[in-house]
Design a binder for this molecule. Structure first.
Ligand code: ADP
Ligand code: MG
Length: 160
């Protein structure tokens, strides 16, 4: 597995990181967002939405109650939060198979609770570092996610 680790120092920087990732996405892909409550999964998703050209008047909010929110963009963005799901039947009721991958970009908070959701995915693990810092550990599995991770890493390092 291809991996990359970096830190952000603020929510704004996490959104910028997400936007940089979103800009590099050119085809349907699955992003699994892993990390405890308050880690910054939704914050990163807000940045990804900007990078996918989701209009700024579409606020990206936590899907913890709706389980899934859909946003229009260059590619559609499907934002899931599986925290409240307890068994795989509920996943099926939600119709996740249709989106992993589907016609757009699936971001799945707590996606690690249900292993095997997809065989090509970028996993983004977020953990608290000092103060407002967050540590991101990205690992790609499969060719689509692997190519995306490479482009994203280059774009971020070039911008820095
Ligand atoms: P999650 O979706 O993982 O539960 P959220 O994105 O909803 O987390 O919330 C993250 C919280 O942490 C926000 O209140 C945000 O302002 C705060 N925060 C502080 N530092 C950072 C950072 N570096 N990156 C992301 N969020 C941060
Ligand atoms: Mg969240």
């Amino acid at each position: 597995m291809n991996t990359w680790q970096l830190d952000t120092a603020s929510p704004e920087e996490t959104r910028r990181l997400g936007c940089c990732l979103g800009r590099e996405i050119r085809q349907p892909v699955v992003l699994l967002l892993v990390g405890e409550l308050g880690a910054g999964k939704t914050c990163l998703a807000q940045g990804v939405a900007r990078g996918l050209d989701v209009p700024a008047d579409e606020p990206v909010v936590s899907p913890s109650y709706t389980l899934m929110n859909v946003y229009p963009g260059r590619l559609e963005m499907y934002h899931f939060d599986l925290y409240r799901l307890s068994n795989p039947d509920e996943l099926h009721d939600l119709g996740v198979e249709e989106y992993l991958p589907g016609a757009g970009v699936a971001l799945v908070e707590w996606g690690n609770r249900f292993p095997g959701l997809s065989d090509d995915f970028l996993q983004i693990e977020i953990s608290h570092a000092c103060g407002d810092s967050r540590r991101f550990t990205l690992s790609a599995r499969g060719p689509v996610a692997g190519a995306l991770l490479e482009r994203f890493r280059q774009a971020w390092q070039t911008a820095a």
